[in-house]
Design a protein around this ligand. Sequence first.
Ligand SMILES: *Cc1c(COP(=O)(O)O)cnc(C)c1O
Length: 425
Amino acid sequence: MKKNLQTLCVQAGWKPKKGEPRMVPIYQSTTFKYDTSEEMGKLFDLEESGYFYTRLSNPTSDAVAAKINALEGGVGALLTSSGQAANFFAVFNICESGDHFISTSQIYGGTYNLFGVTLMKLGIECTFIDEEASDDEIEKAFRPNTKCFFGETISNPGCRVLDIERFAKIAHRHGVPLIVDNTFATPILCRPFEWGADIVTHSTTKYMDGHATQVGGAVVDGGRFDWEAQADKFPGLTTPDESYHGLTYAKAFGKSAYLTKILAQLMRDFGSAPSPMNSFLLNLGLETLHLRMPRHSENGLKVARWLEAHPKVAWVSYSGLESSPDYALAQKYLPDGQCGVISFGLKGTREDAIHFMDRLEFVAIVTHVADARTCILHPASHTHRQLSDEQLRKAGIAPDLIRLSVGIEAVEDIIADLQQALDKN
Ligand SMILES: *Cc1c(COP(=O)(O)O)cnc(C)c1O
């Protein structure tokens, strides 16, 4: 029986048998016991599934990954120790030294650095393209060694909406998968696989957790991309892995080849595994995700409307506003709400923006976003300090951009706090 998202948030993942705990237990153990060495050997050969070491898999983390997989509608998911690790694994799983990939430039600052600087040091080159570029311009960015296309459903912090269907078509025309970072939308507001995406990633640190308790990430495999049809492009999946006694992922694991490779190779070698305790905390957040996302979106739209009408506000970017250039895309991909993140700029100087933020009472200045508590950040002086003005503009971030993450408090109180701080400006 196919379940609704609301039911999956509460019920998916952990399925206790008779006498087992109702709540997913925290398997706070590095290792797991077997009776014979043969039993253990089969696990290492990937012939049987089972737990042996928490860097590779852990029952608590697996149950929570299964819930995220059910919500996204994939063939399998894996939790990582952070969203950064998730995006690194998602790309590095199919790109190696000498390869190239394409990303939209409207992405999270940390991802921008990872793609533009750190992956470059590993010999992997990224071309950033503007989401508004024409199909022709995007087509020109593809090269024979291009291996994937990357974008964010709702970009952080610019709040632009990705035209998933369009980018999936372009990527598929060139025989490569589309990877979508679905952190801000969450599967409650958008399920990228339904629009043609092949791989979905998350920083679970944000709405999925929702309470600012753990840093984590996830990679979900949609299982639709035909790796063998593009065998020359993806030798890592279609030729024997010498580090795994000659196993060929696409042959041995079919639809979940991509995910198995991340687990067996990247997680084994890089070790960005979440702690079981953090997976447990993430699960608590997921149990109410379906209640929080509509409320974040409702409050977000009210605050965006209020800001837009305020004489001291220069501009507002929120795709739920009719004035947004992404309004039509939002109606298509995010019809149930556009989350609680808004970016806006104030009239006046950069100092005016800083004074406004310092005067807020409960709306807190924190390096965080997508939390139950309303919070605010000035990317140019906080998260994106490393980027030059030119890079900032490319990433769709004006130097005066303020990122407001609207929480689930009473919206009247949120507006009142913004009002009192603006009044004194
Ligand atoms: C925060 C964020 C990341 C990075 O995640 P961490 O959990 O902080 O490592 C990646 N993508 C998006 C869209 C984010 O908002």
